[in-house]
Design a protein around this ligand. Structure first.
Ligand code: SRM
Ligand code: SF4
Length: 547
């Protein structure tokens, strides 16, 4: 007997190409800042979420007021690269329609919070003029494709980088609803041009994520993605990609059927045509076999585990019409960003700015505006929530150096802070059980003295915090993972490696700040006295507690 479809499935198939009643919700229902119920689902496929300020819920409920609804918009920026002019547009839109804050996400793009309903269309229209869009940035489709950010890493980085854009385009939904609803007044496209052989009218059972890593860097956490492509480079030439499937980090507290899983490498493809075909058909398998009744169990990882890796690979080879070659050797030896100035193989300069948890501070925003005004660099977002000013000619470097000085852009901070990551959480995320990006900076300030006490200040150990177990800040692939369970309470996860190839495990549950600090004090002491030569903290805790 077939299982009952989840209600989201019906909303998708009945949506007339993701249109639903979004136009009416936005233009007719002016009495509320919210959308009609089904439209709150559909608007995600166009890159937006309806939210409300959770800090103000109580105050508004007491006054018998509706929630303070607003929208978060997330841009689709494959590979995270935009021009200086596009940055200026993001800056201006954030001031005119958002809260003023620009947030770099863990998937190489930016989000703006706090847009009111009537500001959605002008926002999207302004982005559109700057050739920016938010199509498929959320929803049950392929999301922003991410790729190792720093072009210095390889002279063929550009060639690999282009794959992010090609894959993103290949997997875009065909519906023109975005343009129709948010940009043009009239319906200008015929439905006949919208036939969508990939997504059909049911789209995927769940969100889908793809990352491309260029070893030795795993700054994208390639194994945390539904599909991970690992570039294989020999003699400075791109030979092809290893393909990993079934990565995803989310889990639900108390639901043992859910778990974080790292992608499994199933083979290698040596041409662009073969790589794109394999990527495309992984999506069709997930479309056809993915769980459409329980959204908690609908990511590709569950499809892969249900079918078994071998059966999944057989199905893929049947669909692509060729056999995958054996996976090639690779090694990851770094994951953090390369802060400060770096020069690439062509002599161009790149400056990586540390942006704590992706929240651009006012003085950084002022700096970036003036840099963009010079128009001598592009802007690259990293999967670690930082930002690179790229492609700077030697003759222009001094202009940016001067602005760095004027705006006191300081990258001097501890290794721990530089390797820290946190998700948005409160006040906008409806799923947050605890604070994350608003709290981790304070906690890091309290951990730093412990590192000093145990002579570990130079250690670049990774610490990641999320407000719930969904894993948006990828805490399951860190050396110290803190996952919110309730206000001011976190599970402490240990034993993950430094480069994102081994998951951490639950060490202690529901700890308060004081308990976290006490645990870390003891752990740092143990690490300092018992570690092997060159052993990282993550490898040490793995050996000590989980082997
Ligand atoms: Fe996420 C949902 C923020 C990366 C797993 N994520 C959300 C929502 C939209 C909450 C919601 O559903 O209403 C959060 C919006 C908060 C806000 O107020 O802005 C949210 N996720 C984020 C971002 C902004 C975190 C950040 O601080 O950077 C990241 C945006 C990435 C992007 O640009 O697309 C973000 N989310 C991730 C990642 C990490 C990654 O992709 O590398 C994960 C774990 C990897 C994975 O997908 O397994 C992740 N987010 C989730 C999940 C769990 C999905 C699942 O399979 O169960 C949810 C909840 C859901 O989808 O039901 C979620
Ligand atoms: Fe929200 Fe949880 Fe994601 Fe953090 S991890 S942004 S709290 S869904």
């Amino acid at each position: 007997m077939s299982e009952k479809l989840s209600p989201v499935e019906t909303i998708k198939t009945n949506s007339n190409g993701l249109r639903g009643t979004l136009k009416e919700s936005i233009e007719v229902d002016t009495y509320t800042g919210n959308l009609r119920s089904d439209d709150t689902i559909l608007v995600k496929f166009h890159g937006m979420y309806v939210q409300d300020d959770r800090d103000r819920r109580e105050e508004r409920a007491l006054k018998k007021l509706d929630k303070l609804y607003s929208f978060m918009i997330r841009l689709r920026i494959p590979g995270g690269v935009i021009t200086a002019d596009q940055w200026k547009t993001v800056h201006e839109v954030s001031e005119q329609y958002g809260t003023g804050t620009i947030k770099i996400t863990t998937r190489q793009t930016v989000q703006l919070h706090g847009l009111l309903k009537h500001q959605i269309r002008p926002t999207i229209q302004t982005f559109n003029l700057a050739k920016l869009d938010s199509i498929a940035a959320c929803g049950d489709v392929n999301r922003n494709v991410i790729v190792t950010a720093h072009p210095q890493i390889s002279s063929i980085h550009q060639q690999i980088h282009a794959y992010a854009d090609k894959i993103s385009k290949l997997l875009l939904p065909k519906t023109q609803a975005y343009y129709e609803i948010f940009i043009d007044d009239e319906k200008i496209y015929e439905r006949s041009v919208e036939a969508d052989p990939l997504y059909e009218d049911r789209y995927l059972p769940r969100k889908f994520k793809i990352a491309i890593a260029i070893p030795p860097s795993n700054d994208v956490d390639v194994f945390a993605n539904d599909i991970g492509l690992i570039a294989i480079i020999k003699d400075n030439e791109l030979k092809g990609f290893n393909i990993a499937v079934g990565g995803s980090l989310s889990a639900t507290h108390g639901n043992l059927q859910t778990y974080p899983r790292l992608g499994t490498v199933i083979g290698f493809t040596d041409t662009e045509e073969k790589t794109l075909k394999a990527v495309y058909e992984v999506l069709t398998i997930q479309r056809d076999f993915g769980n459409r009744s329980d959204r908690k169990l609908s990511r590709l990882k569950y499809t892969v585990d249900k079918m078994g890796v071998e059966e999944f690979k057989n199905e893929l080879e049947k669909r692509i019409g060729f056999s995958l070659e054996p996976a090639q050797k690779f090694e990851f030896t770094e994951r953090s960003d390369r802060y400060g100035w770096q020069q690439n193989h062509e002599g161009k300069w790149f400056y990586t700015l540390f942006v704590e948890h992706g929240v651009i501070k006012p003085h950084q925003k002022a700096f970036l505006w003036e840099v963009a005004d010079l128009n001598v660099s592009n802007v690259i977002f990293t999967g670690n929530q930082n930002l690179i000013l790229g492609e700077i000619e030697e003759s222009n470097k001094h202009l940016i150096e001067k602005l760095i000085e004027t705006h006191q852009i300081d990258i001097q901070t501890s290794g721990l802070r530089k390797s820290s990551m946190a998700c948005v959480a409160l006040p906008t995320c409806p799923l947050a059980l605890a604070e994350a990006q608003r709290y981790l900076p304070t906690l890091v300030s309290k951990i730093e003295p412990l590192l000093l006490k145990h002579h570990l200040t130079e250690e670049e150990l990774t610490i990641r915090m999320t407000g719930c177990p969904n894993g948006c800040g990828r805490p399951y692939v860190s050396e110290i993972g803190l996952i919110g369970t309730a206000p001011e309470q976190y599970n402490l996860m240990l034993g993950g490696d430094r480069f994102g190839v081994r998951l951490n495990k639950l060490f202690k549950e529901k700890l308060s700040e004081e308990e976290i600090l006490n645990e870390l004090d003891v752990l740092f002491e143990l690490y300092n006295t018992e570690k092997n030569q060159n052993e990282t903290f993550g490898d040490f805790t793995h050996r000590k507690f989980f082997q």
